[in-house]
Write a protein that binds this ligand. Structure first.
Ligand code: NAD
Length: 270
């Protein structure tokens, strides 16, 4: 099979540049397009030069349609409104769309699910093998340790530029904990605490978000019992883990039926 031709949207971003480098280092895939928002100071630059790997003869443009038309897939770590728009274009082109963007609302997710009737979409709040394995372990731990005996709290820290909280990964881990407890996360989540909050509601799943410096992503799921505490943690040291996972997801989704897939599907952890 020929190399998978991939478009990186948000190509000048932190993840966009990491994706360009990752595609370049993985056999079976190549960058055939790079897109940035209209008005970006990086339009016209070579995506490889911007990412620090030298010229790859792919200029960053602001019109996704012509590049989507000739692509096999799109890697998208941008912003919720853009990812919804790109999902529509990926559906029109019947191609793979890997979405790492976090902070999507339920309405955004419904639009992405509708696009997945025609596109092969892989969406995950975290594309790393480690975090997806951690989610499986969290689900098992939450199932084994009864809500009456163990409280679940999720702590995350990210760099100072991150715009959404709790992180997509913290929510993914919260969903895993809720699945283990056989409850919905919505309605049982406590996203923040401030002031006279009263005692902890039994069975709730709490979140705390720290922001600062250049932290790529730290997550801990704490199962707190009376007299003992279990902590399951993941520390991301390099964005390359997310980018390699995204490329792996694209290669996996190529040739599959249209649908909405998760990283657990890609990694065989479902
Ligand atoms: P960033 O701000 O550095 O990059 C985002 C880029 O997208 C910017 O260059 C911006 O100009 C571009 N962009 C925005 N709208 C656009 C549009 N309509 N068309 C083209 N480009 C557009 O942010 P980042 O740190 O790279 O993170 C991006 C997203 O990825 C965030 O939602 C973040 O939480 C998420 N993320 C997910 C994972 C994961 O594994 N799922 C890992 C890291 C980051």
């Amino acid at each position: 099979m020929s190399d998978m031709g991939l478009v990186v949207v948000g190509a000048a971003g932190r993840m966009g540049q990491t994706l360009v480098r990752a595609i370049h280092s993985i056999s079976g895939a190549r960058v055939i397009g790079a897109v940035e928002r209209t008005g970006s100071p990086h339009l016209g630059k070579d995506a490889g030069e911007l990412a620090g790997i030298g010229r790859i003869d792919v200029a960053i443009g602001d019109d996704p349609l012509p590049v989507f038309a000739k692509a096999d897939g799109v890697l998208d770590f941008t912003a919720p409104a853009s990812s919804v728009e790109f999902a529509g274009y990926a559906a029109q082109a019947h191609i793979v769309h890997v979405i790492g963007t976090t902070g999507c609302t339920a309405e955004d997710d419904a639009k992405i699910a509708a696009a997945a009737r025609h596109a092969m979409i892989v969406k995950s709040g975290n594309m790393s093998l480690g975090v997806n394995l951690l989610a499986v372990l969290v689900e098992q731990a939450a199932r084994a340790l009864a809500a009456d005996d163990f409280d679940i709290e999720i702590l995350e820290m990210h760099h100072k530029h991150k715009v959404d909280a709790p992180s997509g990964t913290a929510l993914l881990l919260g969903e895993a904990a809720a699945a283990g407890r056989e409850v919905a996360l919505a309605g049982n989540d406590v996203r923040s605490r401030d002031g006279h909050t009263g005692a902890r509601k039994p069975g709730s799943i709490g979140f705390a978000a720290l922001r600062g410096g250049s932290v790529v992503g730290d997550h801990s799921v704490i199962l707190a019992g009376t007299g003992e505490r279990i902590t399951l943690s993941h520390h991301a040291e390099d964005r390359a883990i997310f980018a390699r996972g995204a490329v792996r997801a694209a290669l996996w989704a190529r040739g599959r039926k249209p649908g909405l897939y998760s990283m657990r599907d890609v990694l065989g952890l479902s």
